[in-house]
Design a protein. Structure first.
Length: 126
């Protein structure tokens, strides 16, 4: 799986699609993925309607990526290691150190995040 959700072709950085991430586990429309190499492009698009990607690193949840009706990245819930809390980035593009760096997560985001954490912890226990 590539950063653009494609199985074939090449990215602008000449990384072959399908080589940047691998699936760790899947639960319904939630797919837990991990980078294959440090410079892998961010998850920007998907080919599966309703898909939610959860990027993991080892046994930790790093970010949750949601997509809009056009299968483009819409929102990202991300764990901030410095502040030890989750925050939201909205839109297809975002810069980590922009003026509107982070938005707080909503009540709905917290509910979704708890469900994802439960699915991940169940996977780790198995």
């Amino acid at each position: 799986m590539g950063g653009r959700g494609a199985r074939g072709g090449f990215s602008k950085q000449y990384n072959e699609y399908g080589t940047q991430y691998h699936t760790v586990t899947q639960a319904g429309n939630v797919k837990f993925v991990e980078k294959n190499f440090r410079q892998a492009e961010p998850l920007m698009e998907t080919m599966t309607k309703g898909r939610v990607y959860v990027q993991v690193g080892g046994d930790k949840l790093l970010r949750v990526v949601f997509f809009d009706k056009h299968n483009k990245r819409d929102r990202v819930l991300e764990y901030d290691k410095r502040h030890k809390e989750w925050h939201v980035h909205t839109g297809y593009f975002h810069k980590e150190n922009s003026i509107l760096e982070h938005e707080p997560i909503t009540r709905e985001d917290k509910i979704i995040l708890e469900r994802i954490k439960k699915k991940w912890h169940n996977y780790l226990k198995a």
